[in-house]
Design a binder for this molecule. Sequence first.
Ligand SMILES: NC(=O)c1ccc[n+]([C@@H]2O[C@H](COP(=O)([O-])OP(=O)(O)OC[C@H]3O[C@@H](n4cnc5c(N)ncnc54)[C@H](OP(=O)(O)O)[C@@H]3O)[C@@H](O)[C@H]2O)c1
Length: 324
Amino acid sequence: MKAAIRNQYGGPEVITIEEVPTPSPKKGEVLIRVHATTINRTDGGILRGKPYLIRAFSGLSRPKKRTPGTDFAGVVESIGANVAQWKVGDRVMGLSDQGDTASQAEYLVVPASFHMIGIPESISFQNAVASLEGAHYALNFLNKFSLKPGDQVLINGGTGAIGSAAIQLAKAAGLHVTATSSTEYIDKVKSLGADEVIDYTKDDITSQDTVYVHVFDAVGKRTFFECRRILKPDGIYISTELGPNWQNIWLALVTPLLGGRKVIFPVPVDIPNTLETMRHHLESGAFSPLIDRSYSLAEIREGYTYVESGQKKGNVILELDTER
Ligand SMILES: NC(=O)c1ccc[n+]([C@@H]2O[C@H](COP(=O)([O-])OP(=O)(O)OC[C@H]3O[C@@H](n4cnc5c(N)ncnc54)[C@H](OP(=O)(O)O)[C@@H]3O)[C@@H](O)[C@H]2O)c1
């Protein structure tokens, strides 16, 4: 089978496509034919081993996993002994939020207990896989706010993978959503369900009159101190980034003690809930992922370069079945 391989940390240039033996499932394992995976910001971080903190689990001097990948959508190709929950032909989607899934390959072996779930019949592999990584962070960050229908939330970065998912999930929770976008994508962000869209290239979100119960900086571009004045006195700020000098970590420790506006810095943990929730939303039609573009395995370096540009709109798909 063909697989993306890298033996060291670095930029997209460290990835090569190699012919490697197709793995076979042992007892309790499942072989998946991967049809689609995403190239996402988690993969970008794991590729470079940055921030250095992540090397504590991804490998100190070199990556533990030679094949990158976070998520997958595919079909169960074969199963090992003692696997009761999956059968050959099942369409499945799965995720690990540590970028250690090794899914940027044509085949993948995982334990039968891996975080994966059946894909609803009407949903394509591309739409399934684009509903995992960004949505996982969106869901696990949004559920740290105590969401009440009608609450005003500001989602900064409505065109990101996390932001575009957060808009739809916040609307499903009954919130009033204001999101930001550059000029060209305002209509796209409205079509995701945002009640209001601010063009961040023209208007400064931190100097508007509206105040929000929640500010979710889904692209980590505006600090708590900048957003304080647009937060209600008991409002909460969450960012996907650590912030300058990792300030969101110490602010999350200090602000709850001070009372008033608060920073939360969540560690997203609940993958099973993400999978259940996203399958439900895909099935009901409440969620439709924003997909930017697709790359073949041969084009993977270009894919990573684009994702690292910080300009992707929603999700970038790596197609694993284009050459069949
Ligand atoms: N904490 C975690 O566990 C975790 C996990 C994964 C990712 N992350 C971080 O989360 C962030 C978002 O990831 P993602 O995959 O959702 O992002 P992404 O898809 O790479 O989002 C980039 C989008 O942000 C928009 N953007 C750029 N600058 C902006 C600004 N100043 N204001 C508003 N929008 C802006 C860009 O649109 P234009 O080009 O049109 O401006 C682009 O569409 C990244 O910083 C990533 O490192 C954190």
